[in-house]
Design a protein around this ligand. Structure first.
Ligand code: FAD
Length: 478
């Protein structure tokens, strides 16, 4: 009897923990002429039904599945695709195929953990099991702890402990090969669904330069490697092509995190990764860190990581709603903030520096609850990922895992002067400002303003003062 591999956020046919273990377990049957490993992806309706029809992430998954199916067929297997509630679809399919177990890779999102628990229970009721494997991170859950054996809540000690753990356990980077046991794949024809079948539209990913699937991820990584050494200095400038753009591929597992980390470490060992290699690796460790934070602190989904910050009283009511709408639509009058929101609204991507600037602006200039911004990013970001998005927002709001105190407040004008010095990024995204000089573009209101572009909706100095007062409550004891 067989095994069903359930693909979720791991849409690749190489270096795949669940697939490797399923094929290994099926290898003995394969030698006896039986080929027992099936593969499935479920378009999970509880997640999809709330999304707009033109959601790019769904289009990305859809296109990535076509490539995955082709690749699985080349290896001798096939891919089944279903549309429904995974909690019922998986047990039903396990029943129809009469497999003994379902194998999948771990997902640390609390909603996914609850879903997997439901699926495991339903499978168990029919005498089957759900086996989960670590795949999408290097270290998960409690693998990296403080010296006292506790989960860490600050990044730098986490990164140090992460590196120590990797030194002690280098096989954490070893790939989970698929090809050697491919004979265990159940042959057959893939059953795919069209976007229309699942109620979504084609969104023209090519128009925004996104190539889905394993081939898209590999091409991006190849293109990034020559830029890796310069990453440390280039990554902060949104007008330059300084970062990898791999977040979307990491989100859906069309690249392997082990492959990325291994490659960077190998280049570093050969002296070919420069300072940029260490900085980029550190960003990948941030990703592990936030997954770990979410796993150990599921309350962060709704509340502050540091509970004292739940005392902060955010602005509410019609005036706050109007400010929030201006932020979402990129009409705050602060060019860097507006250009960043335009980038998000038109492409579904936003540069990391600008995620920090816009998030800080919402919480600390407009006094609006980080959860509202987080939800907007969740809707718009192609690479939306609960752990990193929540972590990034709570960092910006000072309620999260940040060693810095709350009175670090970004100034949207000086950030603009520093990181978009010549105004190239702003000019690209805000046509009304195209004619402005590099001096005037960061704060047009100081240079007579521009027709068709709003005046600032808040005064930064006043807003900063209000924020310092608003955050005073976190100092209160009890
Ligand atoms: P690179 O600079 O090339 O970095 C490589 C990879 O490292 C990224 O692809 C990502 O997987 C990881 N990484 C980089 N920075 C971070 C970070 N600060 N935290 C966690 N992982 C990181 N990242 C997401 O993947 N999804 C999100 O929903 C998300 N929301 C964010 C919200 C806010 C408010 C902030 C401040 C940051 C958020 N980030 C998020 C982190 C970061 O902005 C993006 O990962 C990065 O901009 C993606 O671009 P890149 O792939 O070119 O990154």
């Amino acid at each position: 009897r067989g095994i069903l591999v359930w693909f979720r956020r791991d849409l690749r046919a190489f270096d795949h923990a669940a697939l490797h273990h399923a094929l290994l377990a099926g290898a003995a049957s394969a030698r006896n002429g039986d080929s027992p490993v099936f593969c499935v992806f479920i378009f999970d309706r509880p997640i999809l039904d709330g999304l707009p029809r033109d959601d790019r992430r769904v289009a990305f998954i859809h296109a990535s599945l076509a490539e995955l199916a082709t690749e699985l067929e080349a290896l001798g297997g096939h891919l089944l695709v279903r549309h429904g509630d995974a909690r019922t679809e998986i047990p039903a399919l396990a029943d129809a195929l009469d497999v003994t177990a379902v194998y999948a890779n771990e997902d640390y999102d609390p909603a996914a953990i609850a879903r997997d628990g439901g699926v495991a229970d339903a499978l168990a009721a029919a005498g089957r099991s759900l086996r989960l494997f670590k795949d999408g991170v290097i270290f998960a859950k409690s693998e990296v702890l403080s010296q006292a054996g506790k989960p860490l809540g600050v990044f730098t000690p986490y990164r140090n402990a992460w590196r120590k753990r990797l030194e002690a356990q280098p096989d954490a980077l070893a790939p989970w090969p698929v090809d050697p046991h491919a004979a265990a794949f159940a042959p057959g024809r893939s059953q795919l669904l069209s976007l229309q079948d699942i109620g979504f539209d084609d969104t023209g990913l090519a128009d925004i330069g996104v190539t889905p699937g394993m081939s898209g991820g590999a091409a991006l990584f190849d293109a990034f490697l020559p830029r890796l050494a310069g990453y440390g200095t280039e990554r902060d400038y949104p007008a330059r092509d300084g970062t990898s753009h791999l977040s979307l591929h990491l989100r859906f597992g069309t690249v392997s995190i082990r492959h990325l980390v291994r490659t960077v470490l190998q280049l570093s060992a050969r002296g070919q990764a420069g300072e940029g290699g260490a900085t980029w690796l550190s960003e990948l460790v941030w990703r592990d860190f936030y997954q770990m934070i979410l796993f150990h602190n599921p309350h962060v989904v709704h509340a502050s990581f540091k509970p004292a910050y739940d005392r902060v009283a955010w602005e509410t009511g019609p005036a706050a709603d109007e400010l929030f709408a201006a932020w979402c639509e990129g009409r705050t009058g602060y060019p860097l903030v507006d250009a960043a929101m335009a980038q998000l609204n038109t492409t579904g991507f936003m540069h990391n520096r600008l995620r920090m600037v816009t998030a800080s602006f919402l919480c600390k200039d407009l006094g609006i609850d980080w959860r509202r911004g987080e939800a907007y990013f969740a809707l718009r970001l192609n690479d939306y990922e609960l752990a990193s998005n929540n972590g990034g927002w709570q960092w910006a709001a000072s309620s999260g895992c940040d060693a810095q105190p709350f009175f670090r407040i970004f100034n949207p004008v000086t950030q603009s002067e520093r990181f978009d010095k010549d105004g190239d990024f702003i000019r690209f995204h805000l046509p009304p400002l195209r004619e402005l000089s590099s001096k005037a573009i960061h704060a047009p209101w100081l240079h007579g303003g521009v027709d068709g572009y709003p005046a600032p909706i808040v005064d930064h100095a006043e807003a900063r003062q209000r924020t310092l007062e608003r955050f005073e409550v976190v100092k209160a004891r009890g």
